[in-house]
Write a protein that binds this ligand. Structure first.
Ligand code: G3P
Length: 493
């Protein structure tokens, strides 16, 4: 396919995409990123002005009027083309992800391939969207003289705002369903991860969607975030990120929201659990991508009688983790920035001062925090409640499974949870009682495969994701009622 991405940048400076044109910020202001690992300058992105944000929304609004009339099969074709472009450029885009957010080589490439598969799947799901037909005579006393056709129609312009930890995939998981449903998009890239999000957006542009269907803006959330989410031409906000999403939700007036705002995903380990399975899932769940996943295991609640045996296995697994540079494909790499590493350190220190036990040494080199298992965490400690978003794993020992469930349900988050037991009834009871969008049985929390339902209860989010559910979240229901003349509805068939 050649160097189709050449127009998105000049050297290390990356552009905005507004109404089909790659442009610099008209304010002349830019932001230069740094690698999380050692602060080496990465890419320079544009700080979009308010006028450019207006232009992006206006272009998206205008384009949406005709985009929603493009036949569904044709919209699906664009998604398949974008998927092919992503696949073809997986190494290049993976390299960008690695550089911007320190995700290791294989996970960075996998993120791009997963996004391509997601686009293909959503294209297929989109063409199979079905409506509903109701007849009036299914309601007591009514003759069959009315037909109600229920269908899904697009919302308009979707603001697609993804996080740094999956800058390609979590942007794609917003843009693909938005487009197949007949919406257009204004994509706001995360400041770290903006270039990967631009590549994702550009894949749709180079797939040939008309000008204005996908637009890309970058800039600091503190400067343009409110303007974007309160823009009068914004018809839906699809946001993945941290607590800031709670503020976004307050500011968005009567606009449909699809939000995922983090989790404190608890792993409940019952006395009869297969401890090898539990330990393996806990280690990979807690430490992959350095714990910077909303679905990371962020608290282990283990019944006392198996706590020592479980922790021995967890420690053995933790000691095998590779720690270092993303280029070397290490499992634990530098955290996204200094604030993230400072926060991890503060949580670890707070727990230690209040009596918790570090089972591994606390070690930090700049933004690189080594995997830390913290045992005997109690409710007085910040680690008992807060999301570390770092390779720090708190463990609470509980007297019973009931106590574990009760504690998990007091957390403000409700994204995912997991339960380890060999008793299917126990698994079902615990899963049913946990207030979380998803409970995994004998497996670590995870969003994928990407067509699965993914949603947060409580402060973890609003509205669902997953191919089918994302399309639903980005459409509204509309009905057409046909009043039939008697000769039509009296025809027997
Ligand atoms: O927002 C969800 C993300 O942080 C975790 O996704 O695929 O690692 O479970 P995943």
């Amino acid at each position: 396919m050649g160097d189709i991405f050449a127009p998105i940048h000049k050297d290390t400076t990356y552009f905005l995409l507004i109404n089909g044109e790659f442009v610099l910020s008209d304010s002349g202001r830019t932001i230069t990123g740094q690698t999380p690992f050692d602060g080496t300058p990465t890419y320079t992105i544009q700080a979009a002005s308010r006028e450019q944000i207006d232009a992006a929304y206006q272009a998206a609004t205008k384009a949406q009027r005709s985009w929603c009339r493009v036949p569904l099969w044709k919209r699906a074709e664009y998604l398949h083309k974008a998927a092919a472009i992503l696949r073809e450029h997986a190494d290049e885009i993976g390299g960008v992800i690695l550089r911007e957010v320190a995700k290791n080589v294989s996970a960075s490439k996998q993120e791009v391939l997963r996004t391509a598969d997601l686009c293909d799947y959503i294209a297929e799901e989109g063409v199979r969207m079905e409506g509903q037909l109701l007849t009036a005579d299914s309601f007591t006393g009514q003759p069959r003289k009315k037909l109600c056709l229920v269908q899904r129609v697009p919302l308009g312009v979707v603001l697609a705002q993804g996080p740094f930890n999956y800058p390609c995939n979590l942007t794609g998981s917003k843009v693909a369903p938005a487009l197949i449903a007949g919406n257009t998009c204004v994509v706001k890239g995360p400041t770290q991860g903006a270039v990967a999000a631009l590549y994702l957006t550009a894949a749709f542009h180079f797939a040939g969607v008309p000008a204005g269907v996908v637009n890309f803006v970058s800039g600091r959330g503190s400067e343009i975030g409110d303007y974007l989410v309160t823009h009068p031409l914004c018809n839906c906000i699809s946001f993945t990120g941290g607590n800031i999403g709670l503020e976004v939700a307050k500011k968005a007036h009567m606009i449909p929201l699809q939000m995922e705002l983090g989790g404190k995903d608890a792993a409940i380990v019952c006395a009869d659990a297969d401890l090898d399975v539990a330990a393996k899932c806990i280690v990979s769940g807690a430490f992959s991508y350095s714990g910077q996943r909303c679905t990371a295991v962020k608290l282990v609640l283990v019944v006392q009688e198996v706590a020592d045996a479980l922790l021995e296995k967890v420690l053995a697994g933790t000691r095998k983790l590779t720690v270092g540079r993303p280029e070397d494909d290490c499992e634990v790499t530098a955290l996204i920035d200094r604030n993230a590493a400072d926060n991890a350190e503060a949580l670890a220190m707070d727990a230690k001062q209040k009596g918790a036990q570090w089972l591994t040494e606390f070690r930090r080199d700049g933004n690189l925090v080594y995997p830390l298992v913290v045992d005997r965490v109690t409710e007085e400690m910040r680690l008992a409640w807060e999301e570390p978003f770092a390779p720090v794993l708190p463990v609470m020992r509980v007297k019973s499974v009931d106590e574990a469930v009760q504690y998990a349900n007091r957390l403000r988050y409700g994204l995912q949870g997991c339960v380890f037991t060999q008793n299917v009834n126990q698994a079902i009871i615990v899963a049913s009682r946990m207030t979380a969008g998803t409970v995994q049985v004998n497996g670590a929390p995870a969003r994928g495969p990407d067509h699965f339902l993914f949603l947060g209860h409580k402060d973890s989010g609003i509205n669902a994701q997953g191919a089918k559910w994302s399309i639903e979240a980005m459409t509204k229901l509309k009905s057409l009622v046909i009043n039939l003349p008697e000769e039509a509805y009296m025809v027997a068939n």
